[in-house]
Design a protein around this ligand. Structure first.
Ligand SMILES: C[S@@+](CC[C@H](N)C(=O)[O-])C[C@H]1O[C@@H](n2cnc3c(N)ncnc32)[C@H](O)[C@@H]1O
Length: 253
């Protein structure tokens, strides 16, 4: 069986850290990704929060500004963590950042919320998917929730129009099978592009991984469009074909 974790010594994001941060300017980040996550996490004031695969700390910092008390970001990429720490030095909020593989990370066990934006779609095997879910589960106090944003494995990109108007193209075998690469070609404002490689696992495999570690009420959520953009026809293809999705689950009492 393949290992359930990967080495934190180097990671593809070390090479694309700056480009990835730049891509946070794409309009779907705020209008769909950010809006969906905010709906899912709700009022976070006073919460102790863990942000798995925090990248350069984009959502970590939003969670802290929204009232999170103890907010920790964990990411496997040294470069992404360095970007997060640099931003924390530039504008200190009190976020904590840790470089670690989310599959092997041993979190404190009393978090009120765990967030993971684009972590689960790095599971090249179901064992790794389960390991990510186990870390989230063990970080939560009983009754607390795990929410996130992810590649939408319920939609085959081969059956969707181009997502170029939104700043990326998405490709994978048709139909995708477990472990297949899903490649995002992310386009930058300067005309350059860079690839990000995710892995396909079936919707059933997701449901089974959440249940296997003890989560209840796992469901796909959204994606939802910021109501301020509701009448903007630009979003029609994105919302009809939903390349990305939210999710939520709960650790039982
Ligand atoms: C698409 S970025 C998302 C970053 C951030 N969550 C955001 O939404 O801006 C994916 C992140 O997952 C991280 N990552 C991938 N595999 C990981 C793992 N096994 N453990 C922790 N982080 C991981 C990458 O280093 C990268 O920073």
């Amino acid at each position: 069986m393949p290992p359930a974790s990967s080495s934190p010594d180097s990671h593809e994001y070390d090479a694309i850290a700056d480009a990835y941060r730049e891509s946070k300017q794409l309009s779907f980040r705020a209008a769909v990704e950010g809006h969906t996550l905010k709906q899912l996490w709700g009022d976070v004031s006073g919460m102790k929060i863990l942000d798995l695969a925090c990248g350069e700390g984009h959502h970590t910092r939003i969670l802290k500004k929204a009232g999170g008390v103890l907010v920790t970001g964990v990411d496997i990429s040294r470069e992404m963590i360095q970007l997060a720490e640099r931003e924390e030095s530039r504008e200190p909020l009190g976020c904590r950042f840790v470089q670690a593989d989310a599959a092997a990370y041993e979190p404190e066990t009393d978090h009120d919320l765990v967030v993971a934006a684009y972590l689960l779609n790095y599971a090249s095997t179901t064992a790794l998917l389960e390991a990510f879910c186990r870390t989230a589960f063990s970080a939560l106090r009983p009754g607390a929730r795990f929410v996130g944003f992810n590649d939408n494995v319920r939609r085959d990109p081969n059956e969707a129009p181009s997502f170029a108007p939104y700043g990326f193209e998405k490709s994978c075998p048709h139909p995708p099978r477990p472990g297949d690469e899903i490649i995002y070609h992310i386009q930058q404002a300067d005309g350059s592009s860079f690839p990000v490689v995710n892995y396909y696992q079936s919707p059933t495999a997701y449901a089974e991984a959440f249940a296997a570690v003890g989560f209840v009420d796992f469901q796909w959520e959204g994606p939802w469009l910021d109501p301020a953009e509701r009448d903007n026809p630009h979003w029609a293809d994105f919302m009809a074909h939903e390349p990305l999705t939210g999710f939520s689950a709960r650790r039982p009492e």
